[in-house]
Design a protein around this ligand. Structure first.
Ligand code: ZN
Ligand code: ZN
Length: 368
C-alpha cells in the first residue's frame, strides 16, 4: 500500500514550495520509510527549485533530513523501525570510488542524488493523484512529513541527541567539516582561511578549531557572521567589504600566505583571490558551486610553488563513520551547531527560504 503524506512540492522552476498531499511508493528491498522530525534547508535546494538544474518538476526536494524509521524493505539490515536516523546522500556502493571509501565520488552520484528524480532502476518514489513527481532527491526528498529513503542515505545515530539539532549534518556541516578534516588535514601551526561564513564556512571554522591549525581566518562581508565565526574558533576575521583580501591575508600570515583555503562562496573572483593567497604547497578546496559551465582564470606560474586546487563534494566523507562521529561531538558540546540553526515549522518553509535568501538565517531547519 502506498504511504500517504504531505510534502512541500515545487511545481515548476521559480515557483514557491507549496504543501500538497502525495503518496510514497512501497519501500523497495533497500529502502525505508522515515517519519521526518527535522530537515535543513540548503542552497542546493533553492538552486534546484529555481529551475537551475535539470531535476524533474513538479518535485519534492530536501536533503538534510533527520527522523525515525517507521518501516523497512526486506533487504535492509542496518536500521530497524524505531531507530533514529540522519539522512545524507546515496551512492551505488559498488563502483571503484564507493568501494574505495569515497562514495561522494560515486560513478552514479549526479543522477542518483541531484538531477535524476528517480531510483536507479528508473521508477519513481513519489506521486500525486496517480501522476509521478520528481523525488529520490539525495535518496530522500525530505521536505515531507514522511520520506522513502534509500538505505545508503540512512545513517543510524544516537537516539539521545535531539534530531532537530543534527539534521544539517547530512549535507552542509559534513561538507565544511570534511573540507578541513578530509582534504586540508592541517598540520601543527598551519593557517586555514575560510572564504564565506555561511553554514558550510562556519562548519569549516569549527572543524579547524578542532585541529592543530593555530591561525584560522574567516572572511565574509557581513559583520555579524564574522563575530559569530570568532566565537566558533576563528582567530582572525577579514571583512571583504572593507578590506583588500590579499593585503589582509598577507598581513595576518606575515607575508607567507595560507596553507589551506576553503572556498564556499561560489564566486570565481573570490576563488581567484583564494588561490593567490596560498602559501607554497598550500591547498585550496573548492566547495562553493557557481552555475554549470562557469570558468575561472588563474596565474599558471603562480601555481608552480606546489599549490593545489581540489574540488570537493559533501566533504568526501564516508557517511556511516563520519556522521556518527560528528553527532558525538555535538552531544559533547564540541561542535556547537545550534549556533548556526534557526528553526521553523515545516508549514513555514517559504518564510525559511526568504530568511535564508536575505541572509537572516544561516541554517534554517524545518521541524515537523
Ligand atoms: Zn558508486
Ligand atoms: Zn546541501
Amino acid at each position: 500500500m502506498p504511504t500517504p503524506t504531505r510534502a512541500a512540492v515545487v511545481e515548476s522552476g521559480g515557483a514557491p514550495f507549496t504543501l500538497s498531499d502525495v503518496e510514497l511508493a512501497d519501500p523497495g528491498p533497500h529502502e525505508a520509510v522515515v517519519r521526518m522530525v527535522a530537515t535543513g534547508l540548503c542552497h542546493t535546494d533553492l538552486g534546484v527549485a529555481s529551475g537551475g538544474l535539470p531535476f524533474p518538476l513538479p518535485g519534492v526536494l530536501g536533503h538534510e533530513g533527520a527522523g525515525v524509521v517507521e518501516a523497512v524493505g526486506p533487504a535492509v539490515t542496518g536500521v530497524a523501525p524505531g531507530d533514529h536516523v540522519v539522512l545524507s546522500f546515496t551512492s551505488c556502493g559498488d563502483c571503484r570510488d564507493c568501494r574505495g571509501g569515497h562514495p561522494a565520488y560515486c560513478a552514479t552520484w549526479l543522477p542518483l542524488n541531484l538531477i535524476g528524480g528517480r531510483r536507479a532502476d528508473g521508477t519513481g518514489t513519489i506521486s500525486r493523484g496517480g501522476e509521478e513527481l520528481g523525488g529520490h532527491f539525495f535518496g530522500q526528498s525530505s521536505f515531507a512529513e514522511r520520506a522513502l529513503v534509500d538505505e545508503r542515505s540512512l545513517v543510524k545515530v544516537d537516539p539521545e541527541v535531539p534530531l532537530a539539532s543534527i539534521a544539517p549534518l547530512g549535507c552542509g556541516v559534513q561538507t565544511g567539516v570534511g573540507a578541513v578534516w578530509n582534504v586540508l588535514k592541517p598540520v601543527t601551526g598551519s593557517t586555514v582561511v575560510v572564504l564565506g561564513a555561511g553554514a558550510v564556512g562556519l562548519s569549516a571554522v569549527m572543524a579547524a578549531a578542532l585541529t592543530p591549525a593555530t591561525t584560522i581566518v574567516a572572511v565574509d562581508r557581513v559583520a555579524e557572521r564574522l563575530s559569530l565565526a570568532r566565537e566558533l574558533g576563528a582567530t582572525h576575521t577579514v571583512n571583504a567589504a572593507e578590506a583588500d583580501l590579499g593585503e589582509a591575508l598577507a598581513g595576518i600570515t606575515g607575508g607567507r600566505g595560507a596553507d589551506g583555503v576553503v572556498e564556499t562562496t561560489g564566486n570565481v573572483g573570490v576563488l581567484r583571490q583564494g588561490v593567490d593567497a596560498l602559501a607554497a604547497r598550500g591547498t585550496l578546496v573548492v566547495v562553493g558551486a557557481p552555475p554549470f559551465g562557469t570558468e575561472v582564470a588563474l596565474d599558471v606560474n603562480g601555481l608552480l610553488g606546489g599549490k593545489r586546487i581540489v574540488g570537493l563534494t559533501l566533504g568526501d566523507a564516508e557517511t556511516q563513520t563520519f556522521i556518527p562521529a560528528l553527532v558525538e561531538l555535538v552531544k559533547e558540546g564540541r561542535l556547537p551547531l545550534h549556533r548556526l540553526i534557526s528553526s521553523y515549522p515545516f508549514t513555514e518553509i517559504d518564510q525559511a527560504v526568504r530568511d535564508m535568501g536575505a541572509g537572516k538565517a544561516i541554517k534554517p531547519v524545518l521541524t515537523f
